[in-house]
Design a protein around this ligand. Structure first.
Ligand SMILES: Nc1ncnc2c1ncn2[C@@H]1O[C@H](COP(=O)(O)OP(=O)(O)OP(=O)(O)O)[C@@H](O)[C@H]1O
Ligand SMILES: [Mg+2]
Length: 361
């Protein structure tokens, strides 16, 4: 069984919570940035539960378009669509008596959220193109690196579905907020990968260990694990150590966001007020609409300032703003915030501008 390494207060709280909920069957939502260990927490929950001898079935909700995801979850009958020559059970059926892990649930299409909610309420479903109702006993664990509270507020995630999947929430904090875990993780990964180095003893210099603890780990535990793997596998550990120190050093001294005094351009407030005045001339705007528009204008300015300070590094800007990386990407897109030239958009993220903001930008 994979162990959750770490003894920091948040990790201790997570371990306590796992022990409390492990045999309850309550729906669990695991939140946290990419690479913090959400899947590890899900696997631990399953392995400690009475369901451990049954399967843990993982579905990546971000990987498939809506219709395919539906047939992946619920299965299909022969002839349900072109190419469905054989009936196929869905992941819910495969996870009967076991656990289903709905990974990246924040990316599940809204229409499918509605269907899944129905299924959860009725405790039964039919395969796509089928009529027979199927009843399964599955523990549902979901994971996401989205800020679902915010997505619900924006209408991008169904509120009723959110409450249904979020009966117990486990938040796994980023590694930079629990640095005391780093030495234990280092030791753990060195032990784990030692067999790959044919037993070679890896000596981490105090310099490197210090750099590891100071670094802010935007890729969290996965990034730390990958550094250790490289350190162990590559032929010249001294050269690699130098490289790692250089790359960590660069990011800790040069690129790390620095606290500077910021004087906002107050004309932004004037322009927001002007906008309101103009609207009042024609159709009196609701306070709710005003609040939303004004907040968006101000957020845009602050986001642009954060991006400027981090030279367009969106991961660091998200840290500075204390929001998740994904939430920042949404906001950049929503507000049309200007990103300094050095960095480019992640085009793989298909994000749609909410209607109410279109007129505003
Ligand atoms: N506390 C921990 N102890 C030991 N290993 C850990 C810990 N946290 C994370 N890991 C390891 O780090 C790697 C990344 O973890 P995991 O895949 O669970 O992250 P994740 O939050 O699901 O990431 P993503 O959002 O990108 O899917 C895995 O190899 C995992 O075993
Ligand atoms: Mg994961």
């Amino acid at each position: 069984m994979n162990l959750i390494i770490g003894n920091s207060p948040p990790v201790r709280r997570i371990k306590d919570l796992i022990n409390q909920v492990v045999d309850t069957d309550l729906s669990i939502l695991i939140c946290g940035e990419s690479g913090v260990g959400k899947e590890l927490v899900a696997r631990t929950l399953h392995e400690l539960s009475y369901r451990r001898d049954h399967p843990l079935v993982k579905v990546n909700c971000a990987a498939l378009p809506s219709e395919l995801l539906e047939s992946e979850l619920f299965g299909y009958e022969r002839g349900a669509f072109t190419g469905a020559v054989q009936p196929k059970p869905g992941k819910f059926e495969l996870a009967d008596e076991g656990t289903i892990l709905l990974d990246e649930i924040g990316d599940m299409p809204v229409a499918l959220q509605a269907k899944l909610l129905q299924v959860l309420q009725d405790s039964e479903f039919a395969r796509v193109g089928g009529v027979r109702n199927i009843c399964v006993n599955t523990w549902m664990i979901s994971a996401t690196n989205h800020d679902l509270d915010e997505e619900v507020r924006k209408g991008k995630f169904r509120e009723d579905f959110y409450y249904r999947i979020n009966i117990i929430k486990i938040v796994v904090p980023p590694l930079r907020d629990r640095k005391e875990d780093i030495p234990f993780l280092l030791e753990h990964f060195i032990r784990k990968y030692r067999s790959m180095s044919k037993g070679r003893i890896i000596d981490i210099s105090s310099n490197l260990e210090k750099a590891f603890t100071e670094y802010h780990w935007p890729g969290n535990v996965r990034e730390l694990e990958n550094y250790v793997r490289r350190l162990i596998v590559l032929k010249d550990p001294d050269l690699l150590e130098k490289e790692i120190l250089e790359s960590i050093g660069r990011q800790t001294s040069e690129d790390r966001p620095v606290a500077e005094v910021w004087t906002p351009d107050e004309s932004i407030i004037d322009s927001v007020l002007d906008n309101c005045r103009q609207e009042m001339q024609t159709r009196f705007p609701s306070l709710k609409k005003i609040r939303k528009k004004s907040l968006a204008r101000i957020e845009k300015v602050v986001i642009e300032e954060a991006l400027k300070r981090t030279k367009g590094n969106r991961k660091q800007a998200a840290q500075l703003l204390q929001i998740s990386y994904k939430a920042l990407l949404y906001k950049i897109k929503d507000f049309g915030a200007e990103v300094p030239a050095r960095c480019s958009y992640d085009d793989s993220l298909e994000l749609k501008l909410p209607k109410e903001l279109e007129s505003f930008i």
